[in-house]
Design a binder for this molecule. Structure first.
Ligand code: PLP
Length: 584
């Protein structure tokens, strides 16, 4: 710089000093800024995690939190152990063997089995198709027709099936996405929703949708609650609180929609969700409370009145899962049984799922989701105003939907009527009471088996009765191995539902099961004895018995599942099972 050389030395020096100083200051202020920023970030991090920590502490208690940490560490340790190459290889081999067995059981093989894995080059005749369909319907199966299957088929009467088929045929091409093309389907869907709303004492302004089944109803209710919390309270890290016994569809919703789940125990003797625990787990990220009426595992109705009070106090939505209760809960009193109020008469209840395809006797693929207000329903709507395909709006997850199923559902509802549902409730719940009574009092059952809680509806769960020490897999309290009982029942042609935590089995009584309940009790007496005997043998010989006597499916699966803290093996088995479903 030519100018600077003409400056007096002192001035030049002081200029240099000043320049240096300002540079240092810049550096200083820069470092102060990053210092402040870093600390701010750290403070926020600390705040966030200490908040999470404190909320957990409040929600689960000190002991509960420690137990959760211990369980997580143990799970992680087992995870590492299972990934060791040697262990992994052995597990893989066993899983493959189990899946191979499953495949041999489910997928017909042999030279006389015809497989159709490509389109036939030429059209089959009607007769050919009918013949094949008859062969398929006649494949060897567990006899639901004789009432041997818990749940699954809820009606199966010939008269109802005929009118359903007629309705299906008349609306086979219908799709409610085009209400102008199929106005009758639109009318029927709206009427199904209105009929079910009135069964559940919906107030003025209530609304609903039909869905493809209980799972979709629950997913939609979870989505609506999440969207409501986002829109009204800006919640971006949503959480919901689930009774452990709530249907898996809620867990699926948590996974699909990115919602953290807190689980609440439902312990003996009532097996109802602990309301005090739910209360402690509520925080500002909570978007939904859940109760079942009744739940799937044990057929127990949660304390919906207490949940409703909680929901009102915290201004939170409360979903009541009445998928299984469906068309029984509303008619219990009129059928002469003790009942509980679980519907919109409780002010905190904001949505209810009701499976028309269970005790509503509609064909599979239909359920209703009811909302207290239209605004709640609007939160599950999907609207896209700027799609090149046109302005798009659909009420729920599906796009096109089967109008034929709506017609068949509508036909089922009006063909059965209140009178029909009351008498079905009388028959079904009566049979469940008969089974429960036998389990509690029959000298051939009461000593071995124990009913879980006080079921009020159609589903009765039982575990092995406690008897001395020496717990074995499936008999947590050392009594009968209830999975061995289920396996012994399977050998007699029954399909009961195996449950876990605690080891138990349930029967969901349906119309077909109600006609076979005396046989069911008789076979349970025989199977209970075997379950008890097997447990004795096992105790006497220790686990050596495992190698010699072949365990049944339930005993094997839940024996493995129950004894491992890390469920990786079970997950692999289950995935293999799903693959098997698609082996042609
Ligand atoms: C059956 C059932 C559901 C939903 O099941 P889908 O198979 O999807 O219809 C949900 N909750 C309970 C309690 C159920 O029993």
């Amino acid at each position: 710089m030519p100018g600077s050389s003409r400056l007096p030395v002192s001035l030049r020096d002081s200029f240099a000093v000043a320049q240096q100083a300002s540079g240092r200051q810049r550096i200083l202020s820069l470092s102060i800024n990053t210092y402040v920023l870093r600390n701010l970030v750290f403070a926020l991090f600390l705040l966030r995690w200490s908040r999470v920590f404190l909320l957990n502490l409040r929600g689960y208690g000190l002991l509960g939190s420690l137990r959760r940490i211990y369980a997580a560490v143990r799970r992680a340790a087992y995870g590492v152990f299972f990934r060791l190459p040697v262990v992994r290889g052995r597990i893989r081999a066993q899983v493959d063997e189990a899946i191979g067995q499953l495949e041999r059981k489910l997928v017909p093989a042999g030279p006389d089995v015809q497989r159709f894995t490509r389109l036939p080059p030429e059209a089959w005749s009607d007769e050919r198709v009918q013949r094949e369909l008859e062969t398929l319907a006649g494949m060897e199966h567990t006899r639901w027709e004789d009432g041997r299957v818990s749940g699954a088929v809820y009606h199966g009467g010939k008269d109802l099936a005929r009118i359903q088929t007629e309705a299906y045929e008349m609306f086979a091409v219908a799709n409610p996405i085009h209400p102008d093309v199929f106005p009758g389907v639109r009318k029927m869907e709206a009427e199904i929703v209105a009929m079910v709303l009135s069964m559940f004492n919906a107030p003025e302004g209530a609304a609903g949708v039909t869905t493809s089944g209980g799972t979709e109803s629950i997913l939609s209710a979870v989505l609506s609650a999440r969207e409501k919390a986002r829109a009204e309270r800006g919640i971006t890290e949503p959480e919901m609180i689930l009774p452990e016994t709530a249907h898996t569809a809620f867990r699926k919703g948590g996974t699909y929609f990115g919602i953290k789940i807190h689980y609440v125990p439902c312990p003996a003797p009532t097996y109802k969700a602990q309301t005090s625990r739910i209360s402690r787990l509520i925080n500002r990220n909570t978007i939904l409370l859940v109760g079942s009426a009744p739940n799937f595992p044990h057929g127990i109705i949660d304390d919906i009145a207490a949940l409703s009070r909680l929901a009102v106090r915290h201004k939170l939505p409360l979903h009541v899962d009445c998928c299984l209760g469906s068309f029984l809960m509303p008619f219990l009193s009129r059928a002469g049984f003790p009942s509980e109020t679980v519907d919109f008469r409780l002010p905190g209840v904001t949505s209810i799922s009701v499976d028309t395809h269970k005790y509503g006797f509609a064909p599979k693929g239909n359920s209703c989701l009811l909302y207290r207000t239209r605004a709640l329903r609007a939160h599950q709507y999907f609207v896209c105003p700027d799609w090149p395909g046109g302005v798009y709006a659909s009420p729920g997850l599906a796009g096109s939907r089967p109008g034929a199923l709506i017609a068949a559902t509508w036909a089922s509802l009006v063909r059965t009527g209140e009178e029909g549902y009351v008498s079905a409730t009388h028959r079904i719940v009566g049979a469940a009471k008969r089974l429960e009574d036998a389990l509690r009092r029959h000298p051939g059952l009461a000593p071995h088996l124990r009913v879980l809680g006080r079921p009020l509806v159609s589903c009765v769960a039982f575990g092995g009765a406690p008897a001395g020490a020496g717990a074995a897999a499936g008999a947590a309290d050392g009594g009968v191995n209830v999975y061995a009982v289920a396996d012994a029942m399977a050998a007699r042609g029954w399909h009961l539902n195996a449950l876990q935590d605690p080891p138990a089995v349930h029967v969901a009584v349906t119309v077909p099961v109600s006609g076979a309940v005396e046989e069911l009790i008789g076979d349970l007496v025989a199977s209970g004895k075997e379950g008890a005997k097997e447990e004795k043998i096992r105790e006497m010989r220790g686990q050596a018995v495992n190698g010699k006597k072949k365990d049944g499916d339930n005993a094997v699966l839940y024996g493995v599942a129950g004894s491992l803290p890390h469920k990786g093996v079970v997950v692999e088995l289950a995935r293999g099972f799903l693959d098997t479903l698609y082996k042609a």
